[in-house]
Design a protein. Structure first.
Length: 433
């Protein structure tokens, strides 16, 4: 099939490469010419497991091409995937202006029948809006069908997830489009759920809100564990043995981040509001997360009273391991608050996107883990990078001014911590500060 994917970000790039790997001819369009040039040269624009190999494999087999020319690409394609950003607005609404822009471009370029598939996460009702917009733009009804096909990949495991997802969701209102989508995904060994467009759009938000709620729930239990002397790992393990609960997403820490959970939970609350449904549970999950990500600041203030002039090391800037994505990362909120308190921040992350330097130009970026610890009053582990779990604690002790660790991801071995006599705060595994 001739496929075009509009947007070469985390979702668009992975979608393009995975469809190319399945034997389709894919053209991926992005308006960022620098991204397009790099990708055509086989240089990955994001940090993602197995990405470089797959990109080069697809370029060599000529099943993928990157371009800025949206007009010709639309004309040459049978199926058009939209994978542009849908960021959060200040009032928690979803900004779908990038989707609107793409639909206007399609309206201008469309020459014959196309299936337009929306992969971006969009509010319930967007499929209907897109259809009306195309018609308003003068595109005849028989020239297109719209499909909603939300994406569930996890950054860090994006290629694996795309090819081996738990489910593929297709919202459709035309048998012709359904058949094409069925064929397109026929090489995947994944359960496909065909449904109405509104249900498909809602499934994405409901899934993310449920997972976010699970995280906030276990974090509240972890906070209690620290007070009563229980170990969250044992508690979570035993809870997770119940098949109705499942062991996944029961890892306590300093909260979720990333480009999806924070914005999608808020979007669901907003969609609820517009439909007179008050999402009390999701609202609470959001509030718990906003407090949880600032837990290290609270611990530091309890310990030091004033943080002015204290050197704090931030270990990990990305919102989780395996990605360079810093969007909504808990570390950003921690750094922002610590700067307000007058601390000196030293930060280390071997993969974080360079955009971080634009957000915080005045912190010290270190090139090695142990350099970042020199003269530090406390190290805060914010990301679950493996490098941090294998840190040499005796070396850490020598480098730091005050050997204190706030382990926001519960990475360190408790026996090792005790052996090295460190001041240590974990999320539900004990507090020796
Ligand atoms: P992103 O910001 O990484 O990528 C979007 C890309 O679209 C950018 O490269 C941008 O330059 C390009 N773009 C925007 N307008 C364009 C236009 N008119 N023409 C050509 N290119 C254009 O975003 P992302 O993280 O890939 O997310 C995309 C969508 O997928 C969002 O709705 C998001 O909520 C959803 N989603 C993301 C993830 C994830 O883990 N990142 C997972 C599932 C779903």
């Amino acid at each position: 099939m001739n496929i075009c994917v509009i947007g070469a970000g985390y979702v668009g790039l992975i979608t393009s490469l995975c469809f190319a790997k399945q034997g389709n001819r894919v053209i991926c369009v992005d308006k960022d010419i620098e991204k397009v040039d790099k990708l055509n040269k086989g240089i990955p624009t994001i940090f993602e497991e197995n990405l470089e190999e797959l990109l080069n494999e697809c370029l060599t087999s000529k099943t993928i091409f990157f371009t800025k020319d949206i007009h010709q690409t639309i004309r040459d394609s049978d199926v058009i995937f939209i994978a542009v950003g849908t960021p959060e607005m200040d009032n928690w609404d979803v900004d779908i202006s990038q989707v609107t822009e793409v639909i206007n471009q399609i309206s201008y370029s469309i020459n014959d029948y196309k299936i337009i598939v929306n992969k971006s996460t969009v509010p319930v009702g967007t499929q209907k809006y897109v259809k009306e917009l195309l018609i308003r733009n003068g595109v005849s009804k028989d020239k297109f069908d719209i499909v909603s096909n939300p994406e569930f990949l996890r950054e860090g495991k994006a290629i694996y997830d795309f090819l081996n997802g738990d489910r593929i969701v297709i919202g459709y209102d035309s048998e012709k489009a359904k058949m094409v989508m069925e064929k397109l995904y026929s090489t995947f060994n994944t359960k496909v759920v065909f449904t109405q467009p509104e249900a498909a759009e809602l499934i994405k938000y409901a899934s993310n809100a449920f997972l976010a709620t699970k995280i906030s729930f276990i974090n509240e239990i972890a906070n209690l564990c620290n007070k009563v002397g229980a170990n969250i790992e044992t508690v979570a393990y035993a809870i997770g043995l119940d098949k109705r609960i499942s062991p996944e997403f029961l890892k306590a820490g300093i909260g979720y981040g990333g480009s999806c959970f924070p914005k999608d939970t808020k979007a669901l609350v907003k969609i609820g509001e517009k439909n007179e449904c008050d999402f009390k549970i999701v609202n609470s999950a959001i509030k718990v997360n906003e407090e949880q990500r600032l837990l290290p600041v609270k611990v530091l203030l309890d310990k030091y009273k004033s943080l002015k002039g204290k050197v704090i090391t931030i270990l990990g800037l990305t919102f989780k391991a395996g990605t360079n994505d810093i969007r909504e990362s808990p570390s950003l909120f921690i750094i922002e608050e610590l700067l307000k308190q007058g601390t000196i921040i030293k930060a280390y992350d071997s993969e974080a996107s360079p955009e971080i330097k634009q957000i915080f130009p005045n912190i010290i970026y270190c090139h090695s883990l142990y350099d970042s610890l020199i003269d530090s009053h406390c190290a805060v582990i914010c990301t679950d990078w493996e490098e941090f779990s294998t840190i040499d604690l005796s070396m850490l002790k020598k480098k730091m001014k005050n050997p204190m660790i706030i382990d926001g991801r519960n990475l360190l071995d408790l026996e090792e911590v005790k052996k090295n006599n460190l001041q240590y705060y974990s999320v539900g595994r004990g507090n020796w500060i």
